[in-house]
Ligand binder design. Structure first.
Ligand code: UDP
Length: 459
């Protein structure tokens, strides 16, 4: 813990697990570096302040109803329109109170997708830094949307795209790897993407939970495009001892994962998790279950309640499915993923390729099977399978035969062995970035100096 810096930071996470967790990790990190932390949250997925006694919390009210959850772009649009005035009032009051205290507010750090916070911060003369909880390759793709649209790479009603074509501006991404979301109003998603990218370009800097060495060409292009300081200081979770419990997720983990893993052979288990948002159909679930069973490898599978469309939990499984596997399969509702990934029994990770999962995995050197669902997951899959070459791609909707074949390829064949070697080399690289003089270590020093140099004019 470093000496207190006498400066407070206001953090505003987007209310989703994959966004709150990295923002909390950043909060802990900056707290250990001597900053005081205030978190503004909403009634939509709120943290329990008593678990974080060293942070100050303020809550805003969205008042969402069921009808608001049409799709992700609509939700993102609502996040940016519904609480503008409440947020301005809250931030204004915090600035006013700070002006009467000994501890000025240095800046606002808000999620990349909260584009409305830039103009609010500007109106209060408070610098804003954006936190991008995904990778820089996907961010570059988002920031290129206007030119992709002009060149006909983005789908429009009635358009016929060659999805296998490599996008000239973003190799090695193909049209089908672009960070798109299947939704009712694609133009709304386009608007949210452009606003988020443009407002980040107008910010005082962007923090990435990434590593310079991992995405160096993309970061270089982003620096040219954004013209604001960019700080790849990840992986965030590796600043803390594994399983230290300093980061409390919104969901309670099933600790039987670890006792079950303790009983498995080293390097034998396929860990399966599709993150906190993705959903699958009943038939996709059954194909996955049989693919895992037929592979004859042990598996630990996270099936969130509600993850299978139309089911409460795992009712679609044939009766006796797990019992017939004789303990070879373990299904839980939520796992302590960072601990699971670091467990010596884990041999492979079948993932939806969310960015947090990808980073957590890179840090443990576990080979991946990537099955993307939406957005940046397509980009991450392409980089894992074709740039870093630390995993295999598996299309959503694959049959049990394809699933079994992919698992066997990764765990039993030569290609899998090579992937394992590359994963373990990348793990070593990732480890070095936090050491003194390492890239993330240096960018973190730069970020702290940058924050201390920011001038806010309290109202
Ligand atoms: N996670 C977890 N336990 C689970 C599943 C996921 O702790 O059973 C965590 C995982 O470690 C990661 C986050 O939830 O930090 C998911 O973020 P990611 O970006 O991978 O995917 P998203 O949920 O945003 O789609």
């Amino acid at each position: 813990m470093e000496e207190r810096k006498g400066r407070r930071l206001i953090l505003f996470p987007l209310p989703a697990v994959g966004h709150i967790n990295p923002m909390l990790e950043l909060a802990h990190l900056l707290y250990t570096k001597g900053f005081s932390i205030t978190i503004i949250q909403t009634d939509f997925r709120s943290l329990n302040p008593s678990k974080y006694p060293h942070f100050t919390f303020h809550s805003l009210f969205y008042g969402f109803s069921r009808s608001d959850f049409e799709d992700i772009p609509t939700l993102l649009f609502l996040f940016n329109t519904r609480i503008v005035e409440a947020f301005r009032e809250c931030l204004g009051k915090l600035l006013h109170d700070a002006s009467e205290s000994e501890e000025p507010i240095a800046c606002l750090i808000s999620d990349f997708w909260y584009y409305f916070t830039q103009s609010v911060a500007d109106s209060l003369h408070l610098p804003r830094i954006a936190l991008r909880t995904a990778g820089s390759a996907s961010t570059l793709a988002l920031a290129t949307f206007p030119s992709l649209k002009d060149k006909g790479y983005l789908p429009t009603p009635g358009s016929q795209l060659n999805v296998e074509e490599v996008v000239a501006e973003l190799p090695p991404l193909r049209v089908k790897d672009l960070p798109l979301i299947n939704c009712k109003h694609p133009e709304k998603y386009y608007e949210v993407v452009c606003s988020s990218a443009n407002e980040s370009m107008a910010s005082s800097g962007v923090i990435f939970n990434s590593i310079e060495e991992l995405e160096s060409p993309e970061l270089t292009k982003l620096r040219q495009k954004f013209s604001v300081p960019i700080f790849p200081i990840g992986p965030f979770h590796k600043y803390f001892p594994s399983g230290s419990g300093s980061i409390d997720s919104l969901v309670t983990s099933d600790e039987t994962c670890i006792s079950w893993l303790n009983k498995q052979e080293p390097n034998s288990v396929v860990y399966v998790s599709f993150g906190s948002v993705a959903t699958i159909s009943e038939s996709e679930f059954l194909e996955a279950a049989w693919g895992l069973a037929n592979s004859e490898h042990p598996f630990l599978w996270v099936v969130r309640p509600g993850m299978i469309s139309g089911s409460e939990w795992v009712e679609p499984l044939p009766s006796g499915f797990l019992e017939n596997l004789g303990g070879r399969g373990h299904i839980v509702k939520w796992a302590p993923q960072q601990q699971v990934m670091a467990h010596p029994a884990v041999a492979a990770f079948w993932t939806h390729s969310g960015w947090n999962s990808t980073m957590e995995n890179i840090c443990e050197g576990v080979p991946m099977i990537c099955m993307p669902f939406f957005g940046d997951q397509f980009v991450n899959t392409r980089y894992v399978s074709h740039v870093w070459k630390i995993g295999l791609e598996l299309e959503k909707g694959s049959s049990r035969v394809e699933i079994e074949r992919t698992i066997r390829k990764l765990l039993e064949e030569n290609e899998g062995k090579e992937i394992r070697e590359r994963s373990s080399n990348l793990k070593e690289k990732a480890k070095r970035c936090h050491e003194q003089g390492g890239s993330s270590y240096c960018f973190l020093e730069d970020l702290i100096a940058h924050i201390l140099s920011l001038e806010s004019i309290s109202v």
